[in-house]
Unconditional design. Structure first.
Length: 125
């Protein structure tokens, strides 16, 4: 028999909710304020742990506020996605980067491939 507490959320779901709250706020938020914004029923200590881990990963910055910290995103959603792509590319230093990139491009939708070509051509100018 499954208990609601035993059910795990998909990986990254809580981090994504916390980041969404920080991006919308556009000002640094304390863990208590993030907890209120995401309205997920999470304990403040859980939100604090998530923010601390995001800080350790370099995804959010923080500044002292009261007896704790207020957190803010270091980059926007697009920047975070690009960072994840770089992390994956760098993960296996023994892999052939050319092959990995070629397979990535081969699996792009046609519109995305054309956009990538356009961006690369614009960068060469």
């Amino acid at each position: 028999m499954s208990n609601a507490k035993d059910e795990r959320r998909p990986a990254g779901e809580l981090e994504a909710a916390v980041m969404a709250a920080l991006w919308v706020a556009e000002v640094p938020l304390t863990p208590g304020r993030v907890q209120t914004e995401i309205a997920s029923g999470l304990a403040r200590t859980t939100v604090s742990t998530i923010l601390s881990r995001l800080h350790d990963k370099g995804i959010v910055g923080r500044r002292p506020q009261g007896r704790g910290y207020a957190y803010y995103p270091v980059q926007d959603a697009a920047g975070l996605t690009a960072r994840r792509m770089h992390t994956e590319l760098d993960r296996d230093r023994n892999s052939d980067r050319g092959t990995v990139l070629a397979r990535f491009v081969a699996q792009l939708k046609r519109d995305d491939e054309q956009l990538l070509r356009h961006l690369l051509e614009a960068d060469e100018r």
